[in-house]
Design a binder for this molecule. Structure first.
Ligand code: MLT
Length: 253
């Protein structure tokens, strides 16, 4: 008989490429890209999208779309909507009418890379400020029943550490039962950073390098929207190449 763990170890990784490493450890993975990929995924599923298919490259996205013209082609490069795409990467675009019942083919610079690199993990959940409580609750319940540790993978920006993802990891950690987890130093640092700024999250997040670039491109509203804590009770789950809402019929779990 497998004895339940006394405490669940919680770690956080700072870069998209490290999701492969977390998958090899056999951890439950939570992928974060607070600005903006994971906020768009959470919003799309909250607004009734059927599924999201994350892909790494533009070439793959165009190829799959050519065979499935009914899919919405979505994402960004350099923050902007690529040629021929239906949607960009602004969570505000993923509103009810536009995405309801749709399958969305999504490619972004860092977020979909982190997600697809974790494909060999049994459990991959998608987190953001928008669903921090819900994803923390689901992650804890699964980890407890399956004796797994948790790795929160921050996607970062263009291969570099990203402040907003670091703070977002802390927001999710703050919503785990503190007496039942043991934090790595990286996870503790994220938690401390989040606690320091939680009363004015937008002010802290808007200072990040990626936020400044998004503001230059005219996407300040996306940052404000993505900084809303626990707006949605939705946990996206990545399984067999597709992201669907926890509780969907074909999740098989
Ligand atoms: C990414 O995946 O790199 C981001 O979501 C970029 C963005 O904010 O558009």
């Amino acid at each position: 008989m497998v004895m339940p763990k006394m405490s669940i170890k919680v770690n956080t990784e700072f870069l998209a490429k490290n999701s492969e490493k977390a998958a090899k450890r056999g951890d439950l993975i939570i992928i974060i890209d607070a600005l903006r990929c994971c906020s768009s995924i959470v919003t799309a599923l909250a607004n009734g999208a059927e599924a999201i298919i994350p892909v790494k490259t533009l070439r793959e996205a165009y190829r799959i779309h050519a065979r499935n013209p009914g899919y919405l082609l979505a994402g960004e490069r350099g923050g902007l909507k690529p040629r021929g795409f239906d949607l960009g990467n602004s969570p505000l675009e993923y509103a009810g009418e536009r995405v309801h019942g749709k399958i969305i083919l999504l490619t972004t610079t860092s977020g979909t890379t982190a997600i697809t690199l974790s494909r060999n993990s049994k459990w991959v959940l998608i987190g953001s400020f928008l669903n921090a409580r819900d994803v923390a609750e689901k992650a804890f319940a699964i980890s407890k029943s399956e004796n797994l540790d948790i790795s929160i993978v921050q996607s970062g920006t263009n291969g570099k550490f990203s402040l907003e993802d670091f703070i977002c990891a802390g927001a999710i950690i703050a919503r785990l039962p503190q007496n039942a987890i043991v934090l790595s130093d990286a996870a503790l640092a994220s938690l401390l950073a989040f606690k320091r700024v939680e009363n004015d999250l937008y002010a802290a997040v808007a200072k990040s390098e990626h936020s400044r670039k998004l503001i230059e491109l005219g996407f300040m509203k996306d940052i404000k929207f993505s900084c809303q804590m626990d707006l949605f009770k939705v946990t996206p789950v990545y399984k067999r190449g597709k992201i669907i809402k926890w509780g969907s019929l074909d999740l098989g779990c």
